[in-house]
Design a protein around this ligand. Sequence first.
Ligand code: 5GP
Ligand code: MN
Length: 322
Amino acid sequence: MTDNSVHAAIRQKLHSAGRILIFSHIRPDGDAVGSLLALGLALQEAGKQVEMVLKDGVPGGFRFLTGSDQIMPAPSGPADLFIVVDVSELSRIGEGFDLGQPDIQVDHHITNLNFARLNLVEPEAVATSAILAECLPLWGLSISLPVAEALLVGIITDTIGFRTSNMTPQALRIAANLMETGANLPDLYDRSLSQRTFEAARYWGKGLNSLQREDRLIWATLSRDDRRAVGYNGNDDADLTHVLSSVIQGNISVLFIEQNDHRVKVSWRARPGWDVSKIALQFGGGGHPAAAGADIDGTLQEVIHQVLEATRKVLLGTRPLR
Ligand code: 5GP
Ligand code: MN
C-alpha cells in the first residue's frame, strides 16, 4: 500500500478544490470508464463540480452505468485540479489537451511513468477501480450504489471475470464489499463482459478467420475492411483478445487492429511467466506483464512483421520468468 502521506495530500487537494477535471485513457476499457465515473460521482456527491473526460467517449457497452452520460470528449474550461485515472503515460489521455502536469494520478500499470505531482500507483492492484474502492473512504468520500457499480465493472473487466493471474483474495473481498453496497454482480458481469452485439460477433468471425499459429505464438488481424463488411462501429478489438489468449497452444497471442493506412493498434496477451509489457514498451506502448498494448506507425503488413519478430525473440530467446 502507498504510504499515508500520499493519502493525506490527495485528501487535502480534493477537499480544497472547487472545480475538478478527471480524465482516463483513449479507447477506454471498463476500468477506464469505471474508475473515472467512480471518482467523479463520489466527488460530485461530496459537493464538487466535476467534469469527466474521455477523448473517445464511452463505449456503447458501458453506457448503462449511471453518470456515463456526463462524460464528455473534452473539458469545457480550466479547473482547480487535474486528475487522471488508469493512465500509464500522459499521452494516453489523447491529443489536443494542454493542461500541463496532472495534480493527481491513480493507476495500476507496471509501466507507469509517475508523471503527476501526486502519484498513487500500485502495480499489484488488479484494477485502478480496486485501488479507488479502498481509497475513496480514506479520502472522506463515500461509495454510493452508482459508485459501487462503476468500481465493480472496472474490477470485473480488468480481471476478465476474476480470472487473471494477478487475482488476490483481497480483490475478491473488495468485490464482495461492493456487492454489499447493493451492486448486482451477475447483472454487471453479464452486461460488461458477456453481452455483445451481432456486429461484434461477426467482427470476431473476421478476426478468427485470420488466426495463425507458429509454435507457441498465436496471432490474428482485424482490418478496416473487416469492420466495414460487418458494420462494426468502433476501432477496437471487441474483446477478441480474450478468445486469442484462450488458445491452449499459445504462450503469447498478438492481435493487430488496423487503425488507418499508417497506424496499427497491437494487443499482446501472455500466459503466466511471460512478460509482454516489455515488448509493448519497445514499441512506445505499455501495460502489464500478462496484457499490454501499443499504437504503432506503419501499414498492417509492416507492423505485423516487426511485432512478430520482436515477440518471437521473447518467446524463443529467453526462458519464462519462472
Ligand atoms: P489492450 O491490449 O486491451 O488495449 O491493453 C492491454 C493493457 O495495455 C491495458 O492495461 C492498457 O491500458 C495497456 N495499453 C494498451 N495500449 C497501450 C498504449 O498504447 N500505451 C500504453 N502505455 N499502454 C497501453
Ligand atoms: Mn486498468
